[in-house]
Write a protein that binds this ligand. Sequence first.
Ligand code: SER
Length: 317
Amino acid sequence: MTSKTLIIGACGQIGSELTRALREIHGKDQVIASDIKESNPEIVASGPFEIIDAKDYEEIKHCVEKYNVKTIYLMAALLSATGEKYPEKAWDLNMTTLFNVLNLAKNKVIETVFWPSSIAVFGPSTPKSNTPQHTIMEPTTVYGITKQVGERWCEYYHKNYGVDVRSLRYPGIISWRTKPGGGTTDYAVEIYHKAIEAGSYTCFLSENTSLPMMYMDDAVQATLQLMNANSADLSIWSSYNLAAISFTPAEIADSIKKIIPDFKVEYAPDFRQNIADSWPNSIDDSLARTDWNWSHTFNLDAITQEMLQKLDKKALI
Ligand code: SER
């Protein structure tokens, strides 16, 4: 039996796209999708699917042994905004699932792990522009704390137990197929939906809040590139800085107005503004670019065109 890949959190924004991409590359039966419930009908129907509570080590192990899984992508997490509402739940989910998967690798049940980190590892004391790989990290959100601590554990498991665990500090990810849930960068997806549905949007961040962002196709590409890299070429075993572009709500609105001239945006910052203000506005990802040849493709206007076209072709008429 050939070895297989398991995606945990396969119904979510990034998990669903990784599942789709990996099924296209390796064949649908090689990629097992799993989630806590069947919330993405397309993913459930497009290949093997298992309901797994990733907080339960034995449940994951059972699935791994059933399918001969050797690689796990752990994409289940509570994001930054939801994490502030349920701090203990965020800590429990984000850390317990990571330990379970790292321990499966330590115990040689699986061989390789992908685990996403985030720009949320940084905090108000971090240099804001062109944030380096190695810098001050004092995150102020529970989500950011789980990611920062998770990075330390990944590096620890690599150094002490030889675990092959790879990670990226994703910026905000923009995509059209599956909506994000509970993040601070979600406005950059919502705005496209509202541009088409209502012609107007009330943004929960202020107009000049610049954050690092990336189109989903680039994020999937980066993930697959890192996972295919030779381990000898990798110099970072905590999590790589990763970047594409940075923009503000005002800039994304202007980009949309080039296609939908009457589009209107109002600004009503809420608690998420504080979170956004604590994060960098641009990231230095030169190690990713030198270690495994990362380069992004999509700029803001290209993202806008794709998003509006995919969400509703009529928007371009
Ligand atoms: N997009 C995430 C969030 O906003 C950051 O990793 O929470």
